[in-house]
Structure formats: structure tokens, C-alpha cells
Ligand binder design. Sequence first.
Ligand code: SAH
Length: 345
Amino acid sequence: MNDLADRLARRIGEQGPISLADYMAAASAHYYARRDPFGARGDFVTAPEISQMFGELIGLWCIETWRAMNAPPRVVLAELGPGRGTLMRDALRAARLAPDFLAAAELHLVETSAALREKQRDVLAVHRPVWHERAEELPDGPLLLVANEFFDALPVQQYVRGENGWRERRVGIAHGQFAFELGDPCAETMEASPGAIREHSAEAAALAAWLGGRVARQGGAALIVDYGYTQGSGGDTVQALKAHRRHDLLRDPGEADVTAHVDFAALAQEAAKAGARILGPVEQGMFLHRLGIAARAAKLMEASPAQASTIAVGLRRLTDPDAMGTLFKALAIADPAVPMLAGFA
Ligand code: SAH
């Protein structure tokens, strides 16, 4: 057992079973705190690590959105969970086209991992970023916020339909191992057949509500890109990934990346209730094509013919339906006063 497993086992011994969400939050914090999990030798690969085009196009999206906001002289440019800082580095390089935007942008990064903050400092130092533990700590003012593969890392609650209603799924200990068990029946009345599983992320919902209220009151927009579903419930979508393979969620907590599919309808609903306008979700492939990824790829290939096949592979992985093109989606949460946002037709 690792030290997190010891700590969780002791906690369960003292307090009884904990919710799946609490287990996931502890595993995730431990996982990210001390490592760089990205890339072929890591546990998973994200869009900005596949191709520079991803961050560049998001940089152009930020410039266009800032202009649609009537180009405020100061804008809080924020990213949630910047990983290695690659997306923001590429976005800000592309933004050299718009020195007025660069002069207005004040960079803020929301990151809990000390190891990844170090990486972000390495690549973003010239832009003098300010770090925060939570989105709610961002300074006031018009906001442009980006979150790629951030929401999937937030903990989810799961509810399992039994003979007599829904019960929350918990993690306890049986025969010296972590094991799922069910909590007391809860108030939820939705009809479903026994064994059905529903997921809900209270943390993601609260963050979407906060973002919606924030942009509605202070201006701006948030762009959320992630993998997930747009209607219904995806059933049990929680998975642990280590070295690009599925890993047992209940074994070695904190040693694998734990994620859940994002419930885009829930995010949209919370943000809309808080006063924001919702655009999308649109599939990532469609979104990137509307932002001009094909032209960008052609230009890069022309500039570096030796890289042509790598660029073509990147384009395919980001946009093809059988790669990231349809599973991943983009959702915008915007101030209703912002007339139109690029990529959302
Ligand atoms: N956006 C990056 C990294 C995605 S991985 C990319 O696309 O490559 C998830 C990121 O979110 C990591 O940087 C991780 O440390 C951070 N993170 C996860 N949970 C977090 C939380 N609750 N608060 C702040 N950051 C978190």
C-alpha cells in the first residue's frame, strides 16, 4: 500500500465508508501533486501536447472574443489546470499578432499541483503569471478563461438504483481491500431499472454556476473543452488510467489518473441559471475546423516540409471522429452582451 492508501484506509476505519467523490478527490490531488503525467512515457496525452495548432487556435479565439467584448484595456486571462503550460504558451505566441491584446491580458493560472506549477513557470515566466488554488480567487474584471481537460478531473458522486430507490456509491474496506458499497437511500426519485448508475459532479456544477455568474456580472467568456456527453447520463464513466491503460480504480489510489466524462448539459444548465449565455457544446473537430485548423496546418507544412507528416497526424488526431474529433466538445459560457464567439457558428 502507498501512503495515500494507508491514510484513506485509516480514515475509513475511523469514520466508515467515504463517498466515491471524496475518494476521487484525494486520489487526484495525490496523483497530480508530484508528477508530470503527460506524454508517451506518461499516463495520457492531451490536445495541446499533440499539436501546437490547438493552443494557437485557442489564442486566436481569445483575441477575437476580446475584440467582441469591445477590447477592454485590462482583461483577466485565466486557465484552469494548465498542465505543462503548453496550451497557454502556444496561445500567447499566436497572440503576438495582436500586441494590443497582449498588453491588456493579465495571466492567471489556477493550479493545485506544485510540480506542475514549476513546469508552468518554466514556459510562461515571461508573461508573469499569478497562481491560484481555486477559480473563485481570480481577481475581479472582464474574464477570458480556458479549461482543457480540467473538468474531467473533478470528483463525481455516483448513485446506484436499488430495489428501493437510489443510494450513493461509497468506498469502504472489505477483506483488507478497498471495495464499493452503498449508502442510505437518498431523496432522488428518478425512474430507472435496478442497477442503473447516475453520475453528478457537485464540484463541476458549482464551478459552472460561479463562472456563469462571474461573466454575466463582470463580462467575458469561458471556453471549456473536454470529453463527455451532451444528454442523458453516461452511466458509470469513472476511469483510472496508468501508462495509457485502464487501471483498477480501487487499487493504489493516487498512482493513476482518475477522470469522469463531463456532463455538458449539467454545466450549461448551471451557468445559464446564473445568467450566462451558453454556446455549444460543439464537437472538437467541428470547432477547430471553424477556427481554421486546416489552413493553419497547410501553412505550417509549407513553412516546415520536413514536419509535414507530423503536422498531418496532429490534425487527424485532434479532429477525426475516431480520434478526439467527436468525443471531445467545446462549450462557451459567456456574458450575454458578447455578440458572437468564434467556432460556435
Ligand atoms: N490543461 C492541460 C492539463 C490537463 S490535466 C492539458 O490540456 O494538457 C488536469 C490539470 O488540472 C492538471 O494541471 C492538474 O494538476 C490540474 N487540476 C486537477 N484538479 C484540480 C483542481 N481541483 N484544482 C486545480 N487544478 C487541478
